[in-house]
Design a protein around this ligand. Sequence first.
Ligand code: GDP
Ligand code: GDP
Length: 456
Amino acid sequence: MVPVIALVGRPNVGKSTLFNRLTKSRDALVADFAGLTRDRKYGEASWRGQSYIVIDTGGISGDEQGIDELMAGQSLQAIEEADAVLFLVDARAGRTAADEMIADHLRKRNKHAFVIANKIDGADPDAILGEFAALGLGEPLGIAAAHGRNINPMLEAVFGPAEEQPAEQDEAGHDAAAGEEGVVTQTAEARVIKPRGTKIAVIGRPNVGKSTLVNRMLGEDRVVVFDQAGTTRDSIYIPYERHDKPYTLIDTAGVRKRGKIFEAVEKFSVVKTLQAIQDANVVIFVVDAREGIVEHDLNLLGFVLEAGRALVIAVNKWDGMAEEQKAFVKTELQRRLIFAQFADIHFISALHGSGVGLLYKSVDQAFASAMTKVPTKRMTEILEDAVSEHQPPLVNGRRIKLRYAHLGGSNPPIIIVHGNQVDSVPRSYTRYLENTFRKVLKLVGTPLRVEYKGSD
Ligand code: GDP
Ligand code: GDP
């Protein structure tokens, strides 16, 4: 599962600066789920090909009244959700009472924590580090987030030194064998779950109908089996079969016992959602027809696209809508989802079950597209046809030459195009190639990426 790192510390120690530095290393999208999480910010980053999620927290000032209020705070919830905590202190300001209180808490929670003394520029490193060693959380590490100093040693301390090439990873860094039986082993607390078949994540904002849809997709009789309480941060993986085909549902909402009502906001977890996106083959993105697409939806969709996951959009609660309202919603959705045009859109009622069967058709199709295998010979033919139809431009008086293409990864498919002057291929031409490959290979429901390899 994708690791989660929380940045905690007093206000002004440099958490946001570090957050931006970590997440910018990969055009990361920042999800600011205002209203849902108040002062937390989530971003995606990567270190040596390993994706991870960073949570920035609002800051613990030490003025909180007592541990209860502190516990209720969002920063401490982020600590609970994290695999590792970067505890930032200010090297210039020195150790404060608030630092000690935070250290105390981290020790009590037995959290994997690193003391990071930021703003080491202009401070005396030795003196400072000794002072923060007294926090009792191991040897402090000095960094300067604003100047990018010591960021790599810090990440190395967190993730461990570079390992041998991990087995069976394709160039996308995704499981090459994902989707095949029993290949992925998840350790979620006490259980070892082996997802089988297509891994589907049902995601969306609170109250759009995820639990209702998951129940529908599994069928009535399955629900009872899975009313165990999920842990706070692990999604539940539910392997099952439908028409003899294996699937695993990654349930972020918590399949609900009938008649039991949970507070929607509480059961919604951004971390679970982001991890589920990373881990899924296909994402079913649920939207509430009555509310349309709002900012949070776009944030979440941004993560799905960034992760390159196959996507099916389910517009839920389509029951009981007036005709003119339906027409309006359809137009509005097409306008706002222009950047996810490759995805099928279904209008469903999870409550009544209408449209749910068709969802599976799109899921299967999207999965097949995402995992497509095409021989290099065929890929090169498609490239040649595309090029003769529409030549790449001249650069410095020389024409960009694109020679051959091969498939370099799946889920999402990555098309590697070899040629020269490839650094000068305009974005519009890359889009043209993407569209051509998509059309000829009949890829539906998955994003795809065209990348270049230069030969001069
Ligand atoms: P946050 O409240 O913990 O998120 O802190 P910010 O990231 O907003 O940083 C607070 C202030 O510290 C800003 O003025 C930053 O420019 C400054 N700052 C952050 N990192 C460094 C650093 O490495 N060196 C110095 N000298 N200043 C820094
Ligand atoms: P979640 O928070 O996304 O898991 O949403 P739930 O599945 O808990 O549903 C939130 C509310 O919307 C519940 O009251 C459901 O009964 C209702 N709901 C879910 N699906 C539908 C639907 O298709 N039509 C209507 N009218 N209500 C629905």
